[in-house]
Design a binder for this molecule. Structure first.
Ligand code: FES
Length: 102
């Protein structure tokens, strides 16, 4: 699909995560200390929108049942049962625009 714009850097300030729809997929884009990361937005437990959960450092906590994932890698990190990792995507910033590579 290539490089798709997710928003302006000013829309995704440090410690914030947003959901963008790209090519029919919901993607979470987060800013961790000025670095941008992107993963699938849908929790691999029951499909909640992770961008409506909590971001603490690089840990995303699902708002429904508190599964945790690493925002930088998409790796599942904590839940009573093992869950699938999230797909993660490369992010490029150019001229204050945030692009997701898909
Ligand atoms: S839907 Fe995310 S932990 Fe259940």
């Amino acid at each position: 699909m290539g490089r798709i714009i997710a928003g302006k850097t000013s829309d995704i300030t440090p410690g914030k995560m947003i959901k963008v729809s790209i090519g029919g997929r919901d993607i979470l884009v987060a800013n961790i200390d000025g670095e941008y990361y992107a993963t699938d937005d849908s929790c691999t437990h029951s499909g909640s929108s992770l961008s409506e959960g909590k971001l603490d450092g690089c840990t995303i906590t699902c708002g429904w049942h508190a599964a945790e994932f690493d925002c930088k890698t998409g790796k599942f990190s904590k839940f009573p049962v093992k869950l699938r990792d999230l797909t993660s995507y490369d992010v490029v910033v150019e001229s204050n625009n945030v692009f997701v590579e898909m």
